[in-house]
Design a protein around this ligand. Structure first.
Ligand SMILES: *Cc1c(COP(=O)(O)O)cnc(C)c1O
Length: 218
């Protein structure tokens, strides 16, 4: 089932869009089923769960941290994480830089923008993003690389609202793209990825359409 779902989603998206298979709450057997089709990018939203899976699974998997991240947990994944999607403060960026330096590597990050009209979601305002990117302190961080933006739209069927949210994130992405050499705009989940791609997404995060419904919502 998982292999078929993955194939179906891949057939529906352009080659240039990167698909992250969101495996949170799912067992390693499910991840292996996707892995055995050749898929390598997986997303998790809890550090401990991602570390456990990293230790038990093939080492050529590219692990994406897509959840809200606490500073004190960065150290547990700094040696292997491929991309951190949800960076929502300068303090967090500073900590990622510190831990990356200890591991002698550069960690790629996305700044998470708050685009949902509902206000329960994490994320930076567009002004805060500009402030961070333009600050001298940011420019001096040598062990992180901000390669783009990430956003989560409101959970709604209202296409007009989704379009507005995706368009606003895409225009912010475009605004900074040249100066900061952005190449990644992470937006779109199972319910809204087609619309997200139509509005410029380069990376989608798909869980339930590949692995089936989760037992608990997170
Ligand atoms: C769980 C999650 C997803 C995937 O959600 P689905 O609706 O199952 O595709 C994508 N992005 C984030 C940040 C998530 O937490």
């Amino acid at each position: 089932m998982i292999a078929e779902n993955l194939k179906k989603v891949k057939s529906e998206i352009p080659d240039k869009v990167t698909l992250i298979a969101v495996s949170k709450t799912k067992p390693v057997e499910d991840i292996l089923e996707a892995y055995n089709t050749g898929h390598r990018d997986f997303g998790e939203n809890k550090v401990q769960e991602m570390v456990d899976k990293y230790e038990r699974l093939p080492k050529d998997i590219q692990w994406h941290m897509i959840g809200h991240l606490q500073r004190n947990k960065v150290k547990y994944m700094a040696h292997f994480v491929h991309l951190i999607h949800g960076v929502d403060s300068f303090k967090l960026l500073r900590e990622i830089n510190k831990q990356a330096k200890k591991c002698d590597r550069v960690i790629d990050c996305l700044l998470q923008a708050k685009i949902a009209e509902e206000d329960s979601k994490f994320g930076l305002s567009f002004e805060e993003i500009t402030q961070i990117l333009n600050s001298d302190e940011f420019k001096a961080l040598e062990n992180i690389r901000v390669i783009g933006l990430m956003g989560m739209a409101t959970f709604t069927d209202d296409e007009e609202q989704l379009k507005r949210e995706f368009e606003s994130l895409h225009s912010k992405y475009k605004y900074h793209q040249t100066e900061y050499r952005f190449d990644t705009l992470s937006m779109g989940m199972s319910g809204d990825y087609k619309l997200a791609i139509d509005h410029g997404s380069t990376m989608i995060r798909i869980g339930s359409s590949i692995f089936g419904a989760r037992n608990y919502q997170k």
